[in-house]
Each structure stands twice: as structure tokens, then as C-alpha cells.
Design a protein around this ligand. Structure first.
Ligand code: MTE
Ligand code: MO
Length: 383
């Protein structure tokens, strides 16, 4: 494939794979602001970044199990009501390296920064689907449509050179409350090439893999998308499943992400002076669930303290409150006393009282997705 037209990237990014380009910011960049700057937002690709240079001619077709297929140009999409949604995108492979460290998994390695929080601007997919006569569908359309497939213009080797694709249920796509966007803005600027210029899907609360970039077409279909990334990847298997006994069809494609958190103020291993240490990081849960609590331990998990949570700087966060950003992460901080070398641990609880699992082995899976085990950082106390 042709990687001669890749966009420029910030030199601070840690590159996990060059072609396709996969990179994440240093941990500290994630906690320096609630909204992640575009330059520091992780980049997750499966092929070269497409070049769209004629914006006037760029269009998205909507077809499949509908009566009147249409073609939308950017000017048509810009005319629809614009929604601005603050939403966290997290790759299902976030924290994969730590899972692979206990027992080898396949996939691009990631530390804790395959996640970011952005302000997405665009049209609601629900409004777009209304243009083809589909609104608020909770079952099946007359023509049998149950899923909405998003097809990109990029080329991936996993699809034998074909485009990246994914689908979501029609009920979610047509529900205005689900806030699924066809986004053309990120943090108040037009999307850049790495993040899907000129138009991408943003499915809040769902693993990043379903937020298809460089959208080419939308397809109303009866069964979920049969593409590689829906059927042969991004599924959660039991620890006993290996590459010899795997049967992909036994599991559903992963959609919502589970409750997650990570410490970002300390690298592993961190050298600190004895005394007060600031521990800060992020927590997020899928499906629009808020974060009820984030606990930190300085004795490897024997005793815990509750942390201060916020979205907007200094304003205490309240889970599932009207004033909080439903689809966005929550940052936390706490000052702890550390007198000798130890392991600092963080775990989050979401508003449905889901808790992160203690150990990575019990959620180990061969593709290394959804490592949401308690986040641990070793600190070495020196004088
Ligand atoms: N869309 C296309 N067309 N091609 C891709 O490779 N990667 C997906 C998703 N959408 C991908 C895509 C995955 S796995 C993730 S985690 C997110 O995009 C990453 O989005 P970002 O690069 O904007 O952070
Ligand atoms: Mo991903």
C-alpha cells in the first residue's frame, strides 16, 4: 500500500506502528486538559490515510434496504442542524501491552493512552436517516432493515485491500438521544486527515472501532456488518480460547466499552521523593454510564482513598447529572503520602456499580482487548 501521503504528526506521540500509523501521547498529556488537543489524540489506523482533496465532489451515499437511496454532499450535511457533543473515544486495544506482558496476545501494543476526549461537531445520524424516511426505529423497517453499516474509503489489508467498515443497530442510529454523529469538526476545527477528514462517524460510549473515519457510504442492512473488524476482530473471548480452537461466530461484536480508568500522572516505574505525591488520571464507562467513584490505593490495594472527580476544571463531577457530559471521561486527582517504594493502584466504579476487575489474567483474551484491570504503577521512593 501507498504511505507516501501521510499527514504530519506531533513528535511527542509514541509510535506503536508506523505503517499503518498507530500512535498515542505520553500519559501526562491526557490529564493536562479535559478536552484532548487534536495533536495529542491517539491515532488508530488500519491503512494509509486517504486523500480527499475535492471537498465539492466528496459525497456519502445512503442506500440498502430503503425505498429512495440518496447521495449527500458536504453542503447538504452542513445544512442539517449542527450538534456539538463532548465524547470520549477509546480503542478496545487500550492497555493491550500490559495484557500481553502477562501472556502474549496479538495486536498493536498500547499503553494507557489509546483514549481521548474531544468536542465533536456534526449532524446527528438520526437526522440524516430521517432524510431517507427512517426515524426512531426500535425493530425492523418494512424492508427488513435492522442495522446501519458505515463504509470508509480507506484500504485495509485485513479486508484484502477493501475499505474499513462497521455497523450499529438501527435503533441506536435513529435514536436522537444516542447522539451518534456524522462529525466534520473536532475541537472546533474541521477534522484533520488522521481523524477522518472530511466526515466520520462518532458513536459515543462504544469502542472506537465502530466510529468509522473517512465515511464513503451508509448502508441499511438486515444483518450486522460482515466485515473483518466486526466478525473476526474486536470480540471478547474467554481466557481458554486460543488461536487453534477459536470460533469467531460464537461471540458478538463488542459495542459498549466497560468501566475503565488509568493513572496518568506517573509513568511505570515512577521515581518519587518521599512525601506527598499527586495521583491523577482518567475514568470512563460505556453506554453513557457515569463514573460513580474512583479509588486509589498506595499499598497495592489493601486500603483505598476516594479521589476528587471533575470534568470542567475545579467543578466537582456528579454522575448522570444534567450538568455533566454524559459521553465524556471524568478526570480524577488525589494527593497521597508515599513513604516507601510501593505499587499505586486505581479502580473506578460506574453509575451501574460495575467495578473494574482486579487482575488482568481473569479477563485475558487472545486479541488483547478491553484490558480494564485495576491500573497499577510502581513507585520507587528515593531521597
Ligand atoms: N475508520 C477507518 N475508516 N479506518 C480505521 O482504521 N479505526 C477504528 C476507528 N475508525 C479505523 C476507523 C479504530 S479501531 C479506532 S479505535 C478509531 O477509529 C480511532 O480513531 P482516531 O484515530 O480518530 O483516534
Ligand atoms: Mo480501536
Amino acid at each position: 500500500s501507498d504511505y507516501s501521503q501521510e499527514p504530519p504528526r506531533h513528535p511527542f506521540l509514541k509510535i506503536n506502528s508506523k505503517q499503518p500509523f498507530n500512535a498515542e501521547p505520553p500519559r501526562s498529556a491526557l490529564v493536562s486538559s479535559y478536552v484532548t488537543p487534536v495533536d495529542f489524540f491517539y491515532k488508530r489506523n488500519h491503512g494509509p490515510i486517504p486523500v480527499v482533496d475535492d471537498i465539492e465532489r466528496y459525497s456519502v451515499s445512503i442506500s440498502g434496504l430503503i425505498d429512495n437511496p440518496i447521495e449527500l454532499f458536504m453542503k447538504d450535511i452542513w445544512k442539517l442542524p449542527k450538534y456539538v457533543v463532548t465524547a470520549t473515544l477509546q480503542c478496545a486495544g487500550n492497555r493491550r501491552t500490559a495484557m500481553s506482558n502477562v501472556k502474549k496476545v496479538r495486536g498493536v501494543g498500547w499503553d494507557v493512552s489509546a483514549i481521548g476526549n474531544a468536542v465533536w461537531g456534526g449532524a446527528k445520524l438520526a437526522d440524516v436517516l430521517e432524510l431517507v424516511g427512517i426515524s426512531n426505529f426500535t425493530g425492523t423497517t418494512n424492508s427488513g432493515g435492522k442495522h446501519v453499516e458505515f463504509i470508509s474509503i480507506d484500504k485495509c489489508k485485513e479486508e484484502n485491500g477493501g475499505p474499513y467498515k462497521a455497523s450499529i443497530p438501527l435503533s441506536q442510529a435513529t435514536n436522537p438521544e444516542a447522539d451518534v454523529l456524522l462529525a466534520y469538526d473536532m475541537n472546533g476545527e474541521p477534522l484533520n486527515r488522521d481523524h477522518g477528514y472530511p466526515l466520520r462517524v462518532v458513536v459515543p460510549g462504544v469502542i472506537g472501532a465502530r466510529s468509522v473515519k473517512w465515511l464513503d457510504s451508509i448502508n441499511i442492512i438486515a444483518e450486522e456488518c460482515q466485515g473483518f473488524f466486526m466478525q473476526k476482530d474486536y470480540k471478547m473471548f474467554a481466557p481458554s480460547v486460543n488461536w487453534d480452537n477459536i470460533n469467531w461466530s460464537t461471540r458478538k461484536p463488542q459495542m459498549d466499552f466497560p468501566v475503565q480508568c488509568a493513572i496518568c500522572s506517573l509513568e511505570d516505574v515512577a521515581a518519587v521523593k518521599p512525601g506527598k505525591v499527586k495521583v491523577s488520571g482518567y475514568a470512563a464507562s460505556g453506554g453513557g454510564r457515569g463514573i460513580e467513584r474512583i479509588d486509589v490505593s498506595v499499598d497495592g490495594g489493601k486500603t483505598w482513598v476516594e479521589t476528587f472527580r471533575h470534568q470542567k476544571t475545579g467543578v466537582p463531577y456528579i454522575a448522570d447529572d444534567m450538568s455533566s457530559d454524559k459521553w465524556a471521561w471524568v478526570l480524577f486527582e488525589v494527593i497521597v503520602d508515599v513513604s516507601r517504594s510501593t505499587e499505586i493502584v486505581a479502580k473506578a466504579v460506574d453509575s451501574a456499580a460495575n467495578v473494574q476487575p482486579e487482575n488482568v489474567l481473569e479477563i485475558w483474551n487472545l486479541r488483547g482487548i478491553l484490558n480494564t484491570s485495576w491500573h497499577r504503577v510502581k513507585v520507587q521512593v528515593g531521597h
